[in-house]
Design a protein around this ligand. Structure first.
Ligand code: ADP
Ligand code: MG
Length: 334
């Protein structure tokens, strides 16, 4: 058997519980967007780490050094946002091929600094080594959250609405524009920008985290068709998702029509949008949304509902059950 038979998540599951007995009460290990460390009766620290490898997560000739530095931190801050937490510190480790221009590294650090400054998250340490021929980037971020305001993937309740904090699919569209030989016009450029400079939903996560009516929460890194399943598995629930409710930006809708892209597939499985995916008590959605619009100038989107049943997504179109074949991103398949 090799890794493609069990996939990324099969591999993680194969060792995750082995460490459970070493984890002290109040802490949480593998399985959520961040690990949780209880530091006192009222506060948790949360920790996340993500790895980006050249030619797997980015193409050095397509992304600028500054964008790469920005994105490396952004994808980690997104996991902090997913817990409803405030970022505190970051750590950066780099494996660098020896022919890398110093100008590239300066640009990378400038992008990393720009986002650090925006969310008051100082870089506190890391490691730098030589790499054979690919650039390897590992970032870790520590955050802090009041215990009562922390949101786990396991908190979804039957009857909850399933919501997202913004448009889905733009980043996937940007990736398509990068990988296929399109002539990049202004619209494709905007989508590529969404792929290269995702905005971590830190303030939105803190706002949603404060509400006792928001239950499960995570960030959308692999596409909701894959990510929502993590909430369903952790919460032991099922979900009904209405295909026509997946929020596509007018920009993506326009480009998809022109290029004949499958808009639903991009919204469901595109990945790397780094919006928040969460569940909320249905009676409380309207007032939550009104407050959200007043604060952030954009709405929340309801895409479906949590139900009792197996941890699977049931897809609907115009009230009819349908099949969606494209799954979210899972390294190694499985
Ligand atoms: P995210 O997309 O939110 O970063 P992942 O899907 O990458 O989360 O990972 C799922 C869970 O598995 C997380 O809790 C993560 O910390 C854990 N995990 C992933 N890879 C490893 C590993 N090699 N060792 C320990 N835990 C891991
Ligand atoms: Mg995540």
């Amino acid at each position: 058997m090799n890794l493609t038979d069990i996939g990324e998540f099969g591999f993680i599951e194969s060792f995750a519980t082995k460490f459970d007995h070493l984890i002290k009460e109040g802490d949480r290990g593998i399985g959520d967007d961040c690990a949780v460390l209880s530091i006192n009766n009222t506060t948790n620290h949360v920790i996340t780490t993500d790895l980006l490898i050249e030619d797997i997560h980015f193409l050095k000739d397509k992304i600028s050094a500054k964008e790469l530095g920005y994105k490396s931190l952004a994808v980690n801050l997104s996991d902090i946002a997913a817990m409803g937490a405030q970022p505190l510190y970051s750590f950066l480790s780099l494996g660098i091929p020896k022919d890398t221009p110093v100008e590239f590294l300066d640009g990378f650090m400038e992008g990393f600094y720009q986002l650090s400054e925006k969310y008051h998250t100082p870089l506190m340490g890391g490691d730098t080594t030589k790499s054979a021929d690919k650039l390897v980037i590992n970032v870790a971020v520590v955050g802090s959250v009041e215990k009562s305001k922390m949101h786990l993937r396991s908190m979804a309740q039957t009857g909850d609405l399933v919501c997202v904090s913004g448009f889905l699919g733009d980043s996937g569209g940007g990736l398509k524009a990068l990988l296929e030989p399109y002539e990049v016009d202004a619209n494709l450029h905007k989508l590529i920008n969404r792929h290269h400079q995702p905005e971590p939903q830190i303030l939105e996560g803190l706002f949603l985290g404060k509400s006792e009516h928001v239950h499960a929460m995570m960030d959308v890194s692999d596409g909701i068709s894959s990510d929502l399943k993590h909430i369903l598995k952790a919460s032991k629930k099922s979900a009904r998702i209405d295909k026509e409710k997946l929020p596509a930006s007018p920009l993506l809708a326009e480009v998809s029509e022109k290029q004949q892209w499958n808009l639903t597939e991009l919204c469901a499985s595109g990945g790397e949008d780094y919006e928040l995916l969460f569940t909320v008590k249905p009676e409380e959605f309207e007032s939550l949304n009104q407050e959200f619009v007043a604060k952030f100038g954009k709405p929340l989107y309801v895409i479906g509902k949590i139900e009792e049943g197996p941890a699977e997504i049931q897809w609907y179109k115009d009230g009819q059950s349908i099949m969606l074949d494209k799954l979210g991103f899972n390294h190694f398949g499985g």
